[in-house]
Write a protein that binds this ligand. Sequence first.
Ligand code: C5P
Length: 232
Amino acid sequence: MSAVPVITIDGPGGAGKGTVSLWLARTLRWHYLDSGALYRLLALAAARDGIDLDDGAALAQAVAHLKIEFRLHADTLQVLLDGADVTAAIREEACARAASRLAVHAGVRAALLPLQRAFARPPGLVAEGRDMGTVVFPDAALKIFLTASVEQRARRRWLQLSAAGVDASLDAILDDLQRRDAQDASRAAAPLRPADDAVVIDSSELTVEQVCARIMGHVEERGLTVGDHPAP
Ligand code: C5P
């Protein structure tokens, strides 16, 4: 196990990783990495700078110039790119689609590796994404793979958007999730799959509270403790 304890939470889009990971980081007072936000930021920077999403070499080079800042608030992550607040922009479906496309390039994934590993600082890190337990933090103290049926994930996202006043179609969300699932699971570089030593939790029939309670059970079982990092 690495010196700094890491808990990884991987899984497909819409499984509730964000909510659960933020809650866990806050509860443990550990640092937090939303790796998907890095891929989304790169997608945004690529659109801004006119970089082709199929040009893996140019995208990998662009990683070195990313000026990003994550600010953790009570239950949200504020994201800045070159000083501009892009918290809402990176959550758009078009950005997710572009992120999923550029995430297929092995060079892009390699360029993002050191950036992601730098988040592991004392007292600990909660890292969420697709390959946190398989590739980025293979020595993590606890690996969770959080999943749910695609219908349930689409429904949850639709409810989230509706609550935020966004007029979205459930069918379109379902289509998007299915397309991204297929792309993430079938790519050659770091495909989405649970690590061999991951605890798989299917949240289809569970509330957020129930998922958090299950994860906390595993955290306690492994003797992982609350840190002294100031609560976000
Ligand atoms: O998790 P999120 O939906 O923000 O991720 C956006 C996209 O970034 C995913 O569909 C996936 O293709 C890519 N991604 C990845 N590896 C990660 C995190 C995200 O390939 N660790």
